[in-house]
Design a protein around this ligand. Sequence first.
Ligand SMILES: Nc1ncnc2c1ncn2[C@@H]1O[C@H](COP(=O)(O)OP(=O)(O)OP(=O)(O)O)[C@@H](O)[C@H]1O
Ligand SMILES: [Mg+2]
Length: 599
Amino acid sequence: MKQNTLKTFKFFINEGKKHKLLLTIMIISLVFATVSSMAWYVVGRNFFAALSSGESKDIIVNSLTKTLLTIMVVELMEWIGWRGFQQAVLHFEAKCMSNINNQCFDYLQQHSYRFFTNNFVGSLVKKVTRFVRAFEQITDRLFWDMSTLALKVIIVSAVLFYLNPILGMIIVIWTIVFLTVNYKLAVYKLKFDIPKSEQDSVVTARLADTITNNTNVKLFANLGYESAKYRKETASWYEKTVKAWKVNHYIEAGQALLMIVLEFAVTYTSIILWKKDILVLADFFLIQTYMLELFRQIWGFGRNVRQIYEALADSEEMIVILDEEHEVKDAPGAKNLKISSGKVEFEKVSFSYNKAKEESVIKNLSFSVKSGEKVALIGPSGGGKSTLTKLILRLFDIKKGRILIDGQDISNVTQDSLRKQIALVPQDPILFHRSLIENIRYGNQSATNEEIMAASKMAHCHEFIKKLPHGYYTFVGERGIKLSGGQRQRVAIARAILSQAKILILDEATSSLDSESEKLIQDALKNLIKNKTTFIIAHRLSTIMNVDRIFVLENGHIIEEGTHADLVSKESGLYKKLWNLQVGGYLEDEKKEDAQVDI
Ligand SMILES: Nc1ncnc2c1ncn2[C@@H]1O[C@H](COP(=O)(O)OP(=O)(O)OP(=O)(O)O)[C@@H](O)[C@H]1O
Ligand SMILES: [Mg+2]
């Protein structure tokens, strides 16, 4: 069995073990129901024995009536058994499935920022739902089919052995051959199931990605292009699926042949035994009905094994995720971060997104930001500004060096305590598809409605929220799509205001606002950042002129550092170039060529 298949099994078994009482009820009632159902045929045999006994009709009727009553009792027992089993299995499966769902949710959510940038939403969602459904499928197959089959095989072999050992042996040998061949084929088929299942995920991921980007598809009139790409993936899905299904059919054909062989062997042996007066007419009834029952049950065996393996294959992708260690983890015994003043230090920090690559986005960076200091990070697009802020939040672990907050290495404190005390207003805020009030409260779950309103007023979102049809209770659409970029930024600022964090990071926090709103919010931000260590990333240099220090970041290095006045006085500095470009000072032609920076 493959490593991951084994892991999935183990995961499911561990979950099942948590509900021992239900499992016991399931097993007892299943045995009770199956034994009763097989006993039916033994009792039924008496029916034929009586009919062919040659006794007088009165005696036969008497005997038939007794048999009928016994049959009724057996059927009632079977009925009770199945009801008990159904009830137990229903609770067992539902409980386990909701537990598994919760476990997937928690583990998945704790994966790193990088994990989520590398995985598609649609395919992750599908992996979780498939994993949970796989548990249901496996449990159903194992209990409803496999266990019942095992019991029936035991009963059939035992009864036929009792009738005649040769018949019993035929059944036992045939069953062993049948089950072994089927099991091997089912495992062989897995080779075809896994690629099918993986391609399934690829198709879903592409569908989800193009739905998210539907506006882009429309704007660039690229439906034809997307359609062709999608068709390519579904064509590959078709190929892989047909292969997997074909193997299925070959297996079923072989199975049917094996059954014909058994039917012949058993019936022919029965005829010979009857000739030798070892069997009587009624035994034929019992043998034939047992054979039919066995065929009915065993016919599904191959399919059941395959379904179990298919479910395991479906789960494979999720078990890999559940097995993958979280990339960013709290150190053992990590303590909560205690911020007293809010001093932030970088000591020779290097970082690259691609762990394997030497090329770093942040290169041997050292600086120290005093408590309450306001620092601006500026520089060309892609220079590493947002990356630097992600490192402070420990969304990624750094390759070399240390990041300290008030003397505490951030890799040694809990992530929750670190992030709770740092508020980030991101470049492009994404909101939950929930009401505005819930979205703002995300900054501080214990905030009252009044506090939320006050923060919204400060962030100047109150004005536009008031005008919405349901005010603060308006839903904002997936990712906040129903709000404008500026509105989303203002919601993110309100959130940050509520959070009362000691360190603030404003990553282009006002870039989507018109000049008037920006002016208003700048005033609000001034209040907000008072006494707080603040990192402000901005392309519009006029908004950061008054900060305590400006870092000019290019290619992961701080190439210039100082106050606005310091930096504009540097004749050949990048800051001065950018400043001149923005403040309307035009550059001489040759300088313009150097200033190919995106601002
Ligand atoms: N999740 C990611 N995975 C891989 N590379 C990334 C990731 N995020 C950013 N990068 C790369 O890291 C570099 C720095 O990106 P970063 O977002 O820090 O730039 P920035 O200075 O904030 O730019 P901008 O001013 O455009 O916001 C870029 O080359 C970018 O392509
Ligand atoms: Mg950025």
